[in-house]
Design a protein around this ligand. Structure first.
Ligand SMILES: NC(=O)c1ccc[n+]([C@@H]2O[C@H](COP(=O)([O-])OP(=O)(O)OC[C@H]3O[C@@H](n4cnc5c(N)ncnc54)[C@H](OP(=O)(O)O)[C@@H]3O)[C@@H](O)[C@H]2O)c1
Length: 277
């Protein structure tokens, strides 16, 4: 497990250990930095020869662009690029499992395509929900693209909208208007779904035998299947995002073996990975 806050992370691992005395490992990291994401990927690869599942969940709701010391827009780096890099680094380990599962917890299918490939770091972009929205849509494109590239392997990729959930998401949000910030305690009160309930679908997709054959599918709360919107399957947008992401993480892919375990894009982008699998 990885997270930013060491104390909270260690408390979670201690709680897990009390439930099940397996070997739990907490790797604190700032996943808004590619260098730190790469460090974690290296530590994971050094500590296991196979991964049964990887669930990518870390994220921030941000309405103002900010830039990290690596010059990347923070929400894009944390919510999307670190996932792209981790996926590329960890897929070889997932491929070594009998049924490797990669689950992207984002907003499956809910955001429109607001990615600007001429300004991916949002230097000229406006404030607003699109700062985060574009990172969520990027997860949609990534899920469909990875699923397609992994057809014929034992790895399955899914994307999840967990539902509006009473987590710390609004308290941790960046750039919310003052009025919304003031209303956060009330919002927290009104949101009914607990984190435990929201975790049910990602946990099912990551670990349940019945979730076999879900490659390329989108899910909502309570395992509800969400139709993959046409914009998320758009081959040209997927290609542009893949190429842009690959260029940004290129220094770290040198550490990965070969192509990071993913095949080249398939020319026939029309068929759904779930069907093909
Ligand atoms: N809650 C909702 O209503 C909702 C709705 C739709 C989608 N989602 C998605 O669900 C995912 C989880 O959100 P949440 O509701 O659980 O939000 P949250 O309560 O704010 O939790 C965010 C998580 O991300 C980790 N994180 C934040 N910044 C990090 C960094 N720089 N490096 C490493 N880890 C970092 C946090 O770790 P620390 O605890 O160590 O800070 C924490 O575990 C997000 O991807 C979000 O898009 C949530």
């Amino acid at each position: 497990m990885t997270a930013a806050d060491r104390e909270r992370g260690e408390a979670v691992v201690a709680a897990l250990h009390a439930i099940h005395p397996a070997r739990h490992l907490f790797l604190p990291a700032d996943l808004s930095l590619l260098a730190d994401t790469d460090r974690v990927a290296t530590l994971i690869a050094a500590s296991t020869r196979r991964l049964d599942a990887a669930v990518f969940c870390a994220g921030v709701l941000s309405t103002i662009p900010e830039w990290t010391e690596e010059g990347l827009e923070r929400a894009l780096a944390l919510n999307y690029l670190s996932r792209f890099l981790l996926a590329r680094r960890l897929i070889p380990l997932l491929r070594a499992a009998p049924s490797g599962r990669l689950v992207l917890v984002a907003n499956a299918g809910r955001y429109k395509d607001s990615l600007d490939f001429d300004d991916l770091q949002h230097r000229r972009g406006r404030r607003g929900l699109a700062v985060s929205g574009r990172t969520q849509f990027a997860n949609d494109l990534l899920a469909v693209e990875l699923a397609e590239r992994l057809i014929g392997t034992r790895v399955e990729v899914t994307c999840v909208f967990p539902g509006v959930t009473r987590t710390e998401v609004f308290r941790n949000a960046v750039g919310l208007p003052r009025l919304v910030r003031l209303a956060v305690p009330l919002l927290q009160h009104l949101i009914r779904q607990t984190p435990e309930e929201a975790a049910e679908t990602p946990a099912y997709l990551a670990g349940d035998e019945r979730a076999t054959g879900t490659n390329g599918m989108f899910f909502g709360p309570r395992r509800k299947v969400i139709a993959v919107p046409e914009r998320a399957s758009n081959p040209e947008r997927r290609r542009l995002l893949w190429e842009a992401s690959e260029a940004l993480v290129a220094p770290y892919l040198a550490n990965a073996e070969g192509t990071g375990g993913v095949a080249a894009a398939r020319p026939s982008a029309g068929s759904s990975p779930a069907e093909a699998a």
